[in-house]
Design a protein around this ligand. Sequence first.
Ligand code: KG4
Ligand code: ZN
Length: 366
Amino acid sequence: MIGASVRVLGIETSCDETAASVVSRNGSGNPSILSSSVLSQISEHAAFGGVVPEIAARAHVEALDGIIEAALRDAETRLEDLDAIAVSTGPGLIGGLIVGLMTAKAMAAALAKPLLLINHLEGHALTGRLTDDLPFPYLLLLLSGGHTQLISVQGLGQYRRLGTTIDDAIGEAFDKTAKLLGLPYPGGPNVERAALSGDPTRFSFPQPLKGQDRLDFSFSGLKTAVRQTAGSLAPLSDQDVSDICASFQATAAAALTERTERALNRFLQTHPDLADPVLVAAGGVASNKLIRSELTACCERNGVRFVAPPLPLCTDNAAMIAWAGLERFEAGLIDAEAMDAAPRSRWPLDPDSDPLTGSGKRGAKA
Ligand code: KG4
Ligand code: ZN
């Protein structure tokens, strides 16, 4: 494809990362990330063991202008070079979303450029097209602090949610397990580290929804089992903590893989003629080595290619928002009422999906 190049600024403030990025597609059709600035607020929330919405909103107000300036500078892009502004408009914490949307509206109005309202989940869903040039359709497994979803990505703006969590998100389960064992926030990486010297067979925790013919997830029972075990052993030795972490991680990984394998089978049945079926994993928990290796093995068993975007694009960032905006801009999917829109704390990607708890929700991880 030969055409004019397109350049979009993306803004992301839906949780605890303040991020801005410039993404372009050149005249030959190749996408590139010209810049990606991400400021994590982890240190501001660590003392509370989770994201505190009011602290997050204030931190976004303080940081966003500087982050946008840095993204434009790194991309060697002037404001007038931009074709459009894309902003993460939900789901997420409402205070942060307001900061991002108001800033994007002000920029779009001052520059007389189109404003694109992006669903944060669509950003995750389309990242595989930015990094790996994936054609539609493919299956997405989103594993983050706020979401655990299996989504069939069928086309731009066409998403079918096959499964979601009915209670806690997987990242939340890791974070809560860490907190209850006295490990620092964010819990996931610390649980993984402690599990390295633990025995995954010492405790047999119940595998949530095991064997049920549904594609949803549940992690609150697992969290309760961890709490009861920790309580019965207190005071915990370092070895106890490691063994609980290893047993928890093994159960969580097995539950994720069982459900994903079921979803893959259903996806393959729905699309029997796909030459190169793909599973994309995204979200911070997708960096967990055990989960990654079990998902890789699951894909190999089923003749499916496993794609995991590089970590900075797997976790929250603005390049994915800019990219989703670029795809929508090129397709002419521009909302004429965007300047009047309000942010949406809940915004399921698949409007036809059942309104289960946890669907399209993204809130405090504590
Ligand atoms: O996608 P993400 O960066 O952000 C949001 O959810 O906004 O995911 C963060 C989540 C946290 O719950 C964190 O504990 C978890 O991902 N996480 C991990 C690992 N690294 C991050 N969980 C398990 N193992 C890891 N290595
Ligand atoms: Zn996210």
